[in-house]
Design a protein around this ligand. Structure first.
Ligand code: AKG
Length: 258
């Protein structure tokens, strides 16, 4: 690991996430937003016209294209992924991926704002997760607009990644529906410090795959909040064989199981 990344890794180990400020530049952000706005227009939504903001949230698959490839392959992000996962262990996607939840200024309950961890593989149309974190080595939150505390930021339970592995262990390799994990967590998880994922467009929150988080509402800001929340995939799920850990994130899961 590069020695200048050590403080970032220590912070990640402690909190379960780290914000990479300005992981991609303004020109890239502007070009990504152009594609996202085109997708919104195809759904009759204009980011500059509040009359078209008829729902509190809409989601779609993150577009692909050259600007998303530049954002997703940011050298600073890739150096961090190498440090957390080990070079050669993660999938070098030429893009961002995941879905884009766009949240509009609104006082209406969006209906999707519960504490959860993200699922990583589909079983009968539902997203499951297992203790080996099949298909997901990390969660990332790519901010495409500035996000203040008024703009319905994602909220993170700091350190909650530690509480999840003992729950998932009970479900073995098959895993469990991701929506069934948070209700099984102890009350102490929800007493952990809460941090809003606020920042500037171009910032990326790189998170442990088991970090508990939620969308928030109402959105009290003036403009739509736009981000993408992809997984960083791995070549093989974490084996979790003691003495055989490949990387920092696997060490962290093993620590939580002991
Ligand atoms: O939109 C957000 O703030 C977070 C959404 C989220 O966590 C999810 O959809 O899994």
């Amino acid at each position: 690991m590069k020695s200048n990344l050590r403080p970032a890794i220590d912070e990640f180990r402690e909190n379960g996430f780290i914000r990479v400020a300005q992981a991609f530049d303004k020109a890239t952000k502007d070009a990504c937003l152009e594609s996202i706005e085109a997708e919104l227009r195809s759904q009759s939504i204009n980011v500059a016209n509040p009359e078209t903001w008829t729902k509190p949230v809409i989601r779609f698959v993150c577009p692909e294209g050259p600007a998303f490839a530049i954002a997703g392959t940011s050298p600073r992000l890739w150096a961090l992924y190498d440090a957390l996962l080990g070079n050669g262990n993660w999938i070098k996607r030429q893009g961002v991926g995941g879905t884009v939840p766009v949240r509009f200024p609104s006082k209406t309950d969006p209906g999707d704002a519960g504490w959860h961890i993200d699922g990583s593989y589909e079983v009968d149309g539902r997203y499951f997760v297992n203790v080996h974190s099949r298909n997901r080595a990390l969660l990332a939150l790519f901010l495409f607009t500035d996000v203040s505390e008024h703009d319905a930021p994602t909220e993170i339970l700091v350190g909650s990644h530690r509480d999840v592995p003992p729950i998932l262990r009970q479900y073995g390799e098959d895993g469990v529906f991701s929506g069934d994990v948070a209700p099984r967590l102890p009350q102490t998880t929800f007493a952990r410090p809460r941090v809003p994922a606020i920042g500037q467009s171009g910032d990326v929150f790189v998170c442990h795959p088991f970090l508990v988080h939620r969308a928030t509402w109402p959105h009290r800001g003036q403009t739509p909040r736009i981000m993408a929340q992809p997984e960083i995939g791995h070549c093989e799920q974490f084996s979790l064989l003691p003495g055989n850990s490949r990387c920092v994130v696997e060490d962290m899961i093993l620590d939580s199981l002991n």
